[in-house]
Ligand binder design. Structure first.
Ligand code: DI6
Ligand code: FE
Length: 406
């Protein structure tokens, strides 16, 4: 079939934020059109350049000047879990810190207990409202981590549920194993636990094809850089990409550690120093900023955005949706927070939830920009200008969401 052979579909009379790598800034096209066939973009650009073969009005939608962006990408979430930590939120309001609660056996462990007790259907039931909230704001790809099981059976169940959500709902799900998220309470032998993750859990998850990447939490209250390195070496040995919760609460040089393993991304990064930023730039590791967690735990140290800019580190923005430190299911609010709290520019915020988020998932060849050859994942917006998407709080101007051309 040639380019224009029906069935194809054209969204015309639109304004495009193509986010294309080879265009300046946001890659704006004022009088634009996007055409798709078999779920792929075959044309995105000025309407005047639309090939004759794609001009049949029977296959066109008039967008009436609305803006089209690539479908949004939330590249860091812990969406699949059971239970509720609102009580812990109240404890923190009364003065307890996140670390106090974690050391007292609460925090992550209360979610682990609830998640271990929930079967797959129950996990789906509890996760769906969060997934729907993201989809309602134009999210077409979401990364979902495990990390609330800590044992093989539960980590595998979380990842199977994540994969199932991707099969049953019109959204692309990318999965990440986060077995090295927390050390189980009353752990007798720390070294044996890390060895079990490395030698048993990881190979089993990889053999079932449940994880697209491996993550870890490198922190004083979690895993040491040496322990993370052991897990990462095993992951790389199994052909899995890595990413890291790095330098969130202190500087354990997690950014540089992630870079050393060629990580897709290093995430949080409030305490990252210049050496860490330089190492990330050399490795092409994306900085994933998570302003929801920064806000929710009332962190005061902001990630070194100027260092990332100066070093040329790509910057993405995500919700970090999780029950303990970022109960946030709005990617639009995450952009507003990244601008307000971290001083990202509007183009940086928009790139952070499209092109750079795709890069953070290792999927830039498939999603993240409006360019011929990519999946036709679109968000169509009732806005006057791109800044409206970042500026508002609590508004949802999504007009329509297209996933794989549908
Ligand atoms: N960093 C975080 O902010 C979350 N996990 C992590 O590694 C917190 C997870 C939780 O408290 O449930
Ligand atoms: Fe996280």
């Amino acid at each position: 079939m040639t380019l224009g052979t029906p069935p194809y579909h054209v969204w015309r009379d639109a304004r495009l934020l193509t986010m294309a790598v080879d265009r300046p800034g946001l890659g704006i096209v004022e009088h634009g059109a996007v055409a798709a066939r078999e779920g792929r973009i075959v044309f995105a650009g000025p309407q005047a350049d639309l090939p004759q073969a794609l001009r049949d009005p029977a296959f066109a939608t008039d967008c009436a000047g609305r803006w089209i962006t690539p479908g949004l990408i939330d590249c860091h979430t812990h969406l699949v879990y059971a239970g509720n930590r609102a009580g812990e939120f109240e404890q923190r309001l009364a003065g307890a810190t996140y670390e106090d609660i974690a050391r007292a056996g609460g925090g992550i462990f209360s979610t682990v207990t609830a998640t271990r007790a929930a079967d797959a259907d129950e996990l789906v039931r509890q996760t769906l409202p969060r997934l729907r909230a993201l989809m309602a704001e134009g999210v077409t790809t979401v990364e979902i981590k495990s990390g609330y099981g800590l044992d093989l059976a539960t980590e595998a169940r979380q990842l199977r549920v994540a994969r199932r959500l991707g099969r049953e709902w019109p959204i692309t799900v990318v999965t990440t194993l986060l077995a090295a998220h927390a050390l189980p309470p009353r752990l007798a032998d720390r070294a044996a636990h890390v060895a079990a993750i490395r030698d048993e859990l990881l190979p089993a998850i990889a053999a079932e094809g449940l994880a697209d990447a491996v993550d870890a939490f490198c922190e004083g209250i979690a895993f040491t850089p040496e322990e993370v390195a052991a897990v990462f070496a095993a992951a790389r040995g199994l052909g899995l990409k890595v990413k890291l919760h790095a330098d969130q609460l202190s500087n354990l040089h997690g950014a540089a550690l992630a870079a050393r393993f060629g990580a897709l991304s290093a995430d949080h990064l409030e305490y990252t120093d210049a050496d860490g930023a330089a190492a990330m730039a050399r490795a092409g590791t994306v900085a994933v900023l998570l302003p929801g967690a920064f806000y929710f735990i009332r962190e005061t140290r902001v990630p070194p955005v100027d260092l990332f800019r100066a070093a040329g580190v790509p910057i993405a923005v995500a919700t970090d949706c999780n029950p303990g430190t970022s109960p946030l299911t709005s990617i639009l609010l995450a952009m507003n927070m990244a601008a307000t709290l971290f001083r990202l520019t509007v183009p940086e915020c928009l790139a952070g939830v499209t092109r750079e988020a795709a890069r953070a998932l290792g999927r830039l060849d498939d999603i993240g920009t409006l360019e011929a050859g990519k999946r036709c994942d679109l968000a169509i917006w009732d806005i006057e200008q791109p800044a409206d998407l970042v500026y508002r709080m609590g508004a949802n101007p999504l007009h329509q969401r297209i996933w794989g051309g549908q």
